[in-house]
Design a protein around this ligand. Structure first.
Ligand code: BEZ
Ligand code: FE
Length: 296
């Protein structure tokens, strides 16, 4: 090393912190990762400079991230939950699912999806615990031009009337309660019996729940049914139908509500129609079409 050689530009300085860190990356390595890391470094340093945390605050953040990792398991993904409550999940979803107008929008998948739900004939009741307001959901699966998509698969899941998914209450609820797979008929029609979903809290017994509490945010999701709708040649839709009267509609804990996904739940007092669908009378009726965009 030459005594006169100056390394000044390489040493850390508050004013040049971003450049100092980002200039360490070499020619080799993964270009996309290098770009991502450079942007994250830029915004992270800007945030730290704006916040000017004390050492105690910085360490509280480290502890939070540590606890967030420690609670993760095969059943619990606290980092996704953190992404959800910060609106990042919905932002990533929006960026990756820009669809033509008229197509059903995506929303958040959530942690309670289970593969392998039973296949049912149209008209089957997916509510196995006999609790809640009887509801008939019916509609069509269509392409953008309004043509039926015969054979499209609808994978549906929701909470029971107490606001829990079956997987949160193993041994209390029947397995696969309020889950099922349906196939659209030749004219695109589908229909099934269920109960009106209820709002419920996201898991809030961990670090994310503590964070929400500390900033005076509630953990509740607006009441919804989940759907994954798939058909060959079309883009898969991961979406919800929301009830219109839920108090949490404008303040869903994970920002999953979209105006186009709020349905009507009409009370039907028509014994003949009830009989046609094997429903008690009166019942709630949701008419809901799914419109799929062509695969990209
Ligand atoms: C859900 O809708 O099932 C959900 C979504 C995000 C976080 C927790 C639950
Ligand atoms: Fe949900």
């Amino acid at each position: 090393m030459n005594e006169n050689q100056s390394f000044d530009g390489a040493y850390f300085e508050e004013e040049r912190s971003v450049d100092v860190v980002n200039s360490r990356m070499g020619e080799a390595g993964e270009p996309r990762l290098k770009d991502v890391l450079a942007v994250i470094t830029k915004h992270l340093h800007a945030a730290v400079k704006e916040i000017e945390p004390t050492h105690e605050e910085w360490f509280a953040a480290i502890r939070f991230l540590t606890e967030t990792g420690q609670i993760c398991s095969d059943w619990r993904q606290e980092y996704i939950l953190l992404s959800d409550v910060l609106g990042v999940t919905m932002l990533v979803d929006a960026i990756n699912h820009r669809r033509p107008s008229g197509a059903t929008p995506n929303t958040i998948l959530g942690p309670f999806y289970v593969e392998g739900a039973p296949h049912y004939a149209n008209g089957t009741n997916i509510c196995l615990d006999a609790k809640g307001a009887p509801t008939l959901v019916r509609g069509r699966v269509l392409d953008i031009a309004g043509n039926p998509i015969a054979g499209a698969t609808l994978d549906v899941w929701q909470t029971n009337n107490d606001g829990f998914y079956d997987v949160q209450q193993k041994g209390i609820q029947p397995d696969y309660n309020l889950r099922g797979l349906f196939a659209a008929e030749a004219d695109g029609r589908y229909w099934f019996q269920t109960v009106k979903p209820r709002f419920y809290p996201i898991p809030y017994d961990g670090p994310v729940g503590k964070l929400l509490k500390a900033v005076d945010r509630h953990p509740n999701r607006a009441a919804h049914l989940h759907f994954i709708v798939t058909a060959p040649g079309f883009e898969q839709v991961i979406t919800h139908i929301f009830t219109p009267d839920c108090p949490y509609l404008p303040e869903d804990a994970v920002f999953g509500v979209k105006r186009e996904l709020v349905a009507e739940f009409r009370t039907i007092d028509d014994p003949a129609l009830a009989q046609d669908y094997g429903m008690p009378c009166p019942f709630l009726l949701v008419d809901w079409d799914f419109v799929l965009a062509p695969a990209r």
